[in-house]
Design a protein around this ligand. Sequence first.
Ligand code: KG4
Ligand code: ZN
Length: 337
Amino acid sequence: MKYILSFETSCDDTSVAVLNTDYEVLSNVVSTQKEHLEFGGVLPELASRMHMQNIMRLTQVALDKAGLEMSQIDALAVSVNPGLIGSLIVGLAFAKSMAWSLEVPLITVNHLLSHIFANFIEHRGKIESPFLALVVSGGHTELVHFISETEFEVVGKTLDDAAGETFDKSAILMGLDFPGGPIIDKLSKGGDKSFVKLPNPLPQKDNYNFSYSGMKTAIRTYLLDKDEDFIKEHIHDIAASVQDAIIQPLIKKTLRKARELKINQVLISGGVAANSALRHKMTHAAKRQGIEVFYPSLELCTDNAAMIAAAAIPKFKAGDFAELSVNADSTKGTRYL
Ligand code: KG4
Ligand code: ZN
């Protein structure tokens, strides 16, 4: 059996995992940096410093949990884009130095592709190409058509804000904490989603892009003349309205594109794929159209290193390794590299 040790440091989660090349997770440790909470968003410089503090200790914990010595690792995998450049560099520099000292290959991975590959950890035997993947994270909203596991094309994306960003910004406007997605998800339970009328962006039939900036403005405008007591009293209804407005375009456009491409498998992934309404409503709507929906378990939706190793497995098998001179970059989008 071959083992991959992987690192994820693209934003505010430091994570290290060990997977074998059958996609079995031996360990997946994640440390979410709570230091950003008081700032209502992620401070890039602080994130890099926290990654530096965390990464060595987490690597030891991941190896111990997997019951492996460093010398038993066959390859290292690391996310190199997109993300906060300083944070990516911490993971990459660490992975490079380990690859050099252990004399094992280094595999570089695109963070968004790895979100999609998180699905292979739990559903590998069931997923067959071609399939359509929706990646919804803090900074990205993309619809990706996979012809095979290694050949794919981005067929739709957000023209402005990402779905996760819209959850987070709406939450701040509602006086809630960061990140707002999970909070709005919880508050929405039992709320009336038709309480606030919000715009349905880019509804055109032949358009597979998304746009959330108008929605964000509509939420801000709606809340402008509402006092704190009103917001508190109706927080469940407002949360449910915001959540529904964000997820409906994702469901409609993904399923319409799947029908157009005659694809009967859809993979959802990224932090927003943890949203309970998105998981439930997408599955329900897809079922009526004969389309099967896959999503990772909650801990594999948000940033973690197990998904980085999962995306590295096809590259490991193909011998597609990176030079130690490779650089990190913050270029947006799903890419093979
Ligand atoms: O993929 P991710 O962990 O990090 C990035 O690569 O950006 O995604 C983080 C995003 C945040 O915007 C967060 O609010 C959102 O995922 N998120 C959720 C939920 N859990 C996390 N959004 C809606 N509902 C959730 N349950
Ligand atoms: Zn992510």
